[in-house]
Design a protein around this ligand. Sequence first.
Ligand code: TXE
Length: 493
Amino acid sequence: MSSFNPQTVAVPAGHFIGGRLVAGPPALQVRRPSDGQVHADLPLADATLVDEAVQNAWQAWRNTDWARRAPRERARVLRRWADLIEQSVATLAPLESVCSTRPWRDATAWDVPFTAEGLRFFAEYADKLGGEVAATQHDHLGMVVAEPYGVVGAITPWNFPLVMMSWKVGAALAAGNAVVLKPSELTPYSAVRLAELAVQAGVPPGLFNVVQGDGRTTGEALTRHPRIAKMTFTGSTRTGAAIMASCALNGPKPVTLELGGKSPQLVFDDAPGIDRLAGVIAGAITGNAGQVCVAGSRLIVQRRLAEPLVERIAQRFAALRPGATWDPEATLPPIISAPQAARIVDIIERARAAGAQLRCGGGLFDGGPGGAYCQPTLLEGVDDSNPAVQEEIFGPVLTVQTFDDEEEGLALAAHPHYGLAAGVHTADIGRALRAMRALSAGTVWINRYGRSSDFVIPTGGYHQSGIGKDLGRQAVEANLRFKSVLIDLAATH
Ligand code: TXE
């Protein structure tokens, strides 16, 4: 299978405001995580430019008919946008891959089509959430009328740039809002291409603007802006809390936050198909090199099954081959940045100092073309207080804990702060459902792990893993506010 040449990938290194690319002086360098080389520069939107983008979105929202046009027409435009995205896979996939950790092969087969299909899913909701008629007293008619907020601010992370954008922007636009998006400064380019295609599909210019820059300058200016009526964010718990505080201090506004996780894989000794299971568990922590919010990072396995399962997982880890996102033979992508790789190594070292035993892996691969590649790592002998059990690592690092009975397993699966997702593996449906009830997590997968293309199932966390949902009906509803109307039917009688 042929891939792409990173040297020849031209990137739209600018903002996208009012339907056109807006250049600016280079302020940030964007590196390719695969080989550590600087690929291109990026301008940085200061508060003045963020204001321009937000005012532009506000004017577009007020002056075009996006919020008022027939919802099915909005849906048609979003579907056309999805079609253009799919038709652009040959240019979008390299643009997505070159500065991210997304292998070109996966970007082509999954990220780009999944982005398009997500937009189609949201398009289908455009005319389905109008509000409701309330059960009022007989001589009155009560209505709860759904309306868009106006301008929604979105801040997205680097681990699945296109897909994360489609979840935020698709839901907001389908509900009739305008959007100002700040993509991660590490993976900024596909956002601009996405916005160009939106205009081509018929989204009015200005309705979807992209500002480039870092969190401290551009991100903060966006969250503070009084015209931003709602914020939506995916990223770390720490930054999510900062965004919430900033919103609260500068004119309160609702926030949707999809944050960190430390998700358990709870495996009982009757779990079906040990080889398949080993594949599921290994895949859930090595996919995108573990840089996934719902990565299954804690294996909690009933004692009898522990050794054969861990042995099979270790074999799968050993079979992975690190390599650049443009290397079609590679099966383990790079870590996004040198600081992020250093952070992973630091947690592994602290975990070992606290008593963890290394079954395999334990650091970065030596040599290679530059960039940082983390060895898939299994840490055994950890207790609940171990840093590798407590902290989100965001790398291919799996801890192993064993239990004897259901109660003990469930106790180990609980985490003091996070509650993003959990996996339960057992042939006993009663036990699976008891575990589902007991687990304090926003998503529970039973005898599988990871999201599917069932976009109707929302995603989002409990506790410090977040507030609100992406995907599902709930994601569209979160982009609507509700006006209460009460009519006195007797008054005109
Ligand atoms: O994330 P940040 P980072 C977790 C994961 C990872 C850690 C750090 O554990 O190791 O976060 O990664 C913008 N105001 N996740 O530092 O800081 C920033 O520019 C407004 C989990 O990359 O959360 C980027 O666009 N915006 C996660 C986005 O926030 C700010 C995915 C994410 O950056 C800001 C990524 C501020 N003050 C990391 N500071 C997941 N849930 O999937 C930063 N940003």
